[in-house]
Design a protein around this ligand. Structure first.
Ligand SMILES: [Mn+2]
Length: 340
């Protein structure tokens, strides 16, 4: 399925340009971090000098990932990040398909149009013409799976260690909701290889991700489902909203609402679930669907976002009430598709 010339090209570019800046998307998730950190380890083994920069902070439940401490967080350490970007010989964009997904970093990245860039991503429709090499494949679980294939191409024997494998597994576990969606046969195969080659403790990795919540985080989940969830049976849709005041009440920490959007899909007739979260000055929306309904299309058309068929995100610059109204106003257009 893979064009091995792309793997060769990416590896040659990493070897040729020693100063690498690996960039991932705003609100980095397990796959953004896992794929970036795995490429970071791999590039070091290839003799290059990589750094990972992400636009803003990542969830606390991912802070244990190997070398997560080495990540430069742009909005906390802008001076250092810009200095590194100025020195970069090669940018590696991971887990996003358009530069605007880098949030605050976008303005600065625009100044480096002449610096070579590579893209490794599993979202629909990147503009590959902007890149020296573009590894874009949507029929994979995650960007981490693509990075795993890249390292495998060069040879797991010499280039895989347990830290790299741990990062790759976190990416695949989290982007598939613990192997419940976006799964392909190859995902199981590659995970099996990573585990058998490194003797990692899978249970420990899983527990580090999922069993390290605070009491507040679990109570916030309970509150949102009980008090903030609306079921719209007519549209086979559920939405949950969370105001700033709601989040404050439960001492919100970055990542605390991660995964909340998935719960309504456990209701048998619900085909789409939406989480609407109020942030400082912006409304964030998260979409999930079951089956053929494309939340990518919906997020793209009405919510300044996109992603995958069954998982997408978006943002609106309005009040929480207006965001809910907007969602309600577009549902009739999708009624037929949602009722399938
Ligand atoms: Mn991803």
């Amino acid at each position: 399925m893979y064009n091995e010339l792309i793997f060769r090209l990416i590896i040659d570019l990493i070897v040729k340009y020693k100063k690498l800046v690996i960039v991932s998307h705003v609100n980095p998730d397990g796959d953004a971090l896992g794929s970036s950190l795995a490429l970071y380890f791999f590039a070091k083994k290839l003799g290059s000098n990589p750094v990972v920069i992400v636009p803003n902070d990542f969830p606390k439940f991912l802070s244990w990932m190997p070398c997560a401490d080495d990540i430069i967080i742009f909005d906390k350490n802008q001076e250092k990040a810009v200095e590194l970007m100025n020195e970069a010989e090669l940018f590696c964009y991971l887990d996003f398909n358009t530069e605007s997904r880098t949030g605050l970093m976008h303005n600065d990245l625009c100044h480096f149009n002449k610096t070579p860039k590579i893209l490794i991503d599993h979202h629909i429709g990147p503009d590959c013409s902007k890149f020296e090499a573009c590894l874009s494949e949507t029929k994979v679980s995650s960007t981490s799976e693509l990075v795993a294939e890249l390292i495998k191409y060069q040879g797991f024997d010499n280039y895989l260690d347990s830290d790299t494998a741990t990062n790759l597994l976190v990416g695949m576990i989290t982007d598939t909701g613990s192997f419940s969606h976006s799964i392909f046969k190859n995902t199981f195969n590659i995970c099996g290889e990573l585990l058998s080659l490194t003797n990692l403790d899978y249970k420990a990795i899983h527990q580090n991700i999922y069993d390290t919540s605070s009491e507040n985080r679990l109570r916030l989940l309970g509150f949102l489902i009980n008090d903030r969830m609306t079921i719209l049976n007519e549209y086979n849709t559920a939405f949950i909203y969370a105001s700033l005041a709601d989040l404050e009440k439960f001492d919100y920490q970055v990542g605390d609402t991660e995964g909340v959007v998935n719960y309504p899909l456990s209701i048998s007739n619900i085909n789409m679930s939406v989480l609407i979260t109020e942030r400082q000055g912006v409304i964030r929306l998260s979409f999930r669907s079951k089956g053929d309904f494309s939340v990518n299309d919906l997020a793209n058309k009405y919510f300044n976002g996109g992603g995958h068929q069954n998982a997408a995100g978006g943002t609106l610059n309005c009040s929480l009430e207006e965001a809910i109204e907007k969602l309600l106003s577009v549902l009739p257009e999708y009624k037929e598709l949602l009722n399938k």
